[in-house]
Design a protein around this ligand. Structure first.
Ligand code: AVJ
Length: 314
């Protein structure tokens, strides 16, 4: 199945369900990735500077907790622009530690840019990029048997429902050997107003990020969404730490998706759920680690305790 066919199938499934939904993984086409760059520059969006702080100021501490005896590899899932990761790699390069950086991404363009950028800042870095689907790559990595630190940064785990977190961690575990590490970024529970502002910003950048899903369906699947007939609504529940975001149909309307020749009916105020962004407590993180057979080595937090990069081992 091509990526476009998978997209069409998922959109059909999501828009014909009793509660309509579109997976947040579809935010990130070229335009959506650009809007996400803008989100990361917003003063309200705290996760990026918090994780930058952790990796810049605590990189040494993180490295010191790794008990590798010889050469190892640092495998990164979803490296993005790599600026945060570079802070950590810089420390290792400076100390002349023998390691290889293995960024993995499905976008060849993203990997090329990341590689060029890393090498321009860290010319002596050993880098061995991989283009492709995480899980196919994971099998290859497991077979290689090289001691590994896996990175899953940025709080992407927050987009997964509890059962999905477990299966993701099971997949990570499968490609790890005893003594390997996993460093995962978790956004932490904090003053609810701080979270709310980060996910529903006054300039409407997050709204544009969500509306782009509809534009993307129009562009790639021949959809007929009138995007001005949809609004954005985001809700933070501080009791369970879940931000859930939605598109809201402002009028009763029908939308046709040409490539699959299907029509979808929207009632006035009907929702399309687009994203879960779960905020954790340290206790929950420890429970998730234990339930999936990991041992927590240390939580590395920023000075405001808004975010943690948690180092686990098996
Ligand atoms: C890329 C998943 C970490 O959940 O904070 C930002 C995406 N959504 N604003 C997050 C996002 C709305 C982001 N992650």
């Amino acid at each position: 199945m091509t990526d476009l066919q998978t997209f069409a199938r998922d959109i059909h499934k999501g828009l014909s369900a009793p509660r309509k939904h579109i997976s947040s993984k579809y935010f990130y086409d070229d335009i959506g990735s650009g809007i996400f760059q803008d989100i990361m520059k917003m003063p309200e969006y705290y996760p990026t500077p918090c994780e930058f702080e952790i990796l810049s100021l605590q990189g040494e501490n993180i490295i010191q907790r790794l008990a590798f005896k010889g050469p190892f590899q640092i495998v990164e899932f979803g490296a993005g622009d790599g600026i945060k990761t570079r802070q950590l790699l810089k420390k290792l390069v400076e100390r002349q530690v023998d390691f290889t950086y293995v960024p993995i991404d499905i976008s060849a363009k993203a990997i090329e840019e990341l590689t060029a950028n890393m090498l321009s800042h860290l010319p002596s870095l050993k880098i061995s990029p991989m283009i492709g689907n995480y899980f196919m790559m994971m099998e290859e990595l497991a077979a290689s048997g090289v001691p590994s630190l896996l990175l899953f940064l940025g709080g992407n785990i927050g987009n997964y429902e509890a059962q999905e977190v477990n299966s993701l961690l099971a997949d990570f575990r499968k490609c790890m050997n005893p003594g390997d590490y996993l460093l995962t970024g978790f956004d932490l529970q904090k003053n609810p107003a701080t979270v709310r502002c980060a996910y529903d910003d006054p300039k409407g950048i997050t709204k544009a990020f969500n509306i782009n899903l509809l534009h993307r369906i129009n562009r790639e699947l021949g959809g007929s969404f009138k995007t001005n007939q949809f609004d954005f609504y985001s809700h933070y529940n501080p009791v369970n730490g879940e931000v859930r975001s939605y598109l809201v149909s402002l009028v009763p309307q029908k939308v046709h998706v040409g490539h699959i020749d299907k029509c979808y009916d929207f009632e006035r105020n009907e929702l399309i759920w687009t994203e879960l962004s779960k905020k954790y407590t340290l206790t929950e993180i420890e429970e998730v680690a234990a339930a999936n057979g990991f041992r927590v080595v240390e939580h590395f937090q920023d000075c405001k305790a808004y975010f943690t990069d948690s180092l686990w081992t098996i």
